[in-house]
Design a protein around this ligand. Structure first.
Ligand SMILES: Nc1ncnc2c1ncn2[C@@H]1O[C@H](COP(=O)(O)OP(=O)(O)OP(=O)(O)O)[C@@H](O)[C@H]1O
Length: 320
């Protein structure tokens, strides 16, 4: 965990985040091709629940083997309510985000997953007339506290969006952006750009064209570039809002593999519509319905032995 404190504010990172927030993020249907390439979730019934939990992991990662039910709390969310204007969309949500574990947030469209994710680094602040109540303790400080430095917060809790949103700059400049804003020296920036691109499993593909436009990369590469950009400022937590929904199956698998590597060093929270994805990459899962957290627990438990009927109905494909 970083020992930086949430102190003074500066505006450049705000501008970066505003830029990111301005990028149009449209909810899109789960990638049909992905759906077809993986075990079907369209089957009803109990057998399905088991199948889903046991759906084969591509690659070698098995979250069961690295599940740590006693991992410390990176963020401790307590009794969160959230409002767009007068409309309340989150109701008393309490959820532990465990260190160096992947927490998946699942639930039907409109249940509040993305809104909840955005409360964790105050991205909702950019939407006028919104209000949050409750507490999210991060490094013993309430994220929602007025005194929280949101610029620093968003460095510590980085975000990757549905659609890759590289800046119209070179590959190098994209990753260097946050470090330049921080006024880091050139040598440090060069080292961190390489380290971050390696960390995002992109270095080998781009090392010979660092000065080329990021917009020339494929969608999957752009998404890994956005991950590298987030890593460059050394976050503790990565929030991922359906990071694969705009990607093809191969690019999706690369991001999933990357997640399973990144979690060795970072805490990850991922919103996904794709339940196989949650089963493949996450240690813990929270199931949201109509703005409430219906159930939370180790992913295998949620998929194999859900305690709530709504959870079972959802993961069995009975609704949503
Ligand atoms: N900017 C906004 N202004 C007003 N209401 C909003 C805004 N963004 C989301 N909502 C509403 O808040 C509720 C939760 O939306 P949210 O996007 O968090 O759900 P979600 O579970 O992530 O959905 P999806 O899976 O479709 O992305 C929905 O009723 C949605 O219409």
């Amino acid at each position: 965990m970083s020992e930086r404190s949430l102190g003074d504010q500066s505006s450049s990172f705000d501008r970066l985040q505003q830029y990111q927030a301005q990028v149009k993020i449209e909810p899109i249907e789960e990638n049909k091709v992905i759906k077809e390439s993986l075990p079907s979730i369209e089957v009803n019934g109990d057998a399905m629940v088991k199948d889903l939990a046991q759906s084969e992991h591509k690659g070698n990662f098995d979250p069961n083997k690295t599940l740590n039910t006693t991992a410390g709390l990176e963020i401790d969310v307590r009794d969160v309510n959230f409002f767009y204007g007068k409309k309340q969309v989150l109701f008393d949500v309490s959820l532990p985000i465990r260190s160096r574990q992947v927490t998946a947030l699942i639930g039907p469209s409109g249940c509040g997953k993305s809104t909840f994710l955005r409360t964790l680094n105050r991205m909702n602040d950019m939407i006028p007339d919104t209000r949050v109540e409750g507490q999210a303790l991060f490094h013993d400080q309430n994220i929602y506290d007025r005194k929280t430095d949101v610029v620093l917060l968003r460095q510590q809790i980085g975000m990757v969006f549905q659609r890759p949103n590289p800046f119209p700059k070179s590959i190098f400049d994209n990753v260097a952006y946050g470090l330049r804003v921080q006024g880091k020296p050139r040598k440090y920036i060069e080292e961190m750009v390489e380290k971050s691109l390696r960390g995002a499993a992109l270095w080998d593909e781009v090392k010979d064209r660092l000065r080329s436009s990021a917009l020339g990369l494929s969608g999957g590469q752009q998404q890994r570039l956005c991950i590298a950009r987030a890593l460059a400022v050394q976050p503790d937590v990565l929030l991922m809002d359906e990071p694969c929904s705009a990607l093809d199956p191969i690019a999706t698998l690369k991001i999933e593999e990357l997640i399973t590597e990144l979690v060795k060093e970072y805490t990850i929270v991922i919103v996904t519509h794709n339940m196989q994805q949650a089963a493949r990459v996450s240690h813990f899962t929270g199931f949201f319905l109509s703005g409430k957290l219906v159930e939370y627990g180790p992913t295998t438990q949620i998929f194999e032995r859900p305690q709530q009927k709504e959870t079972e109905d959802y993961i069995s494909g009975r609704f949503g």
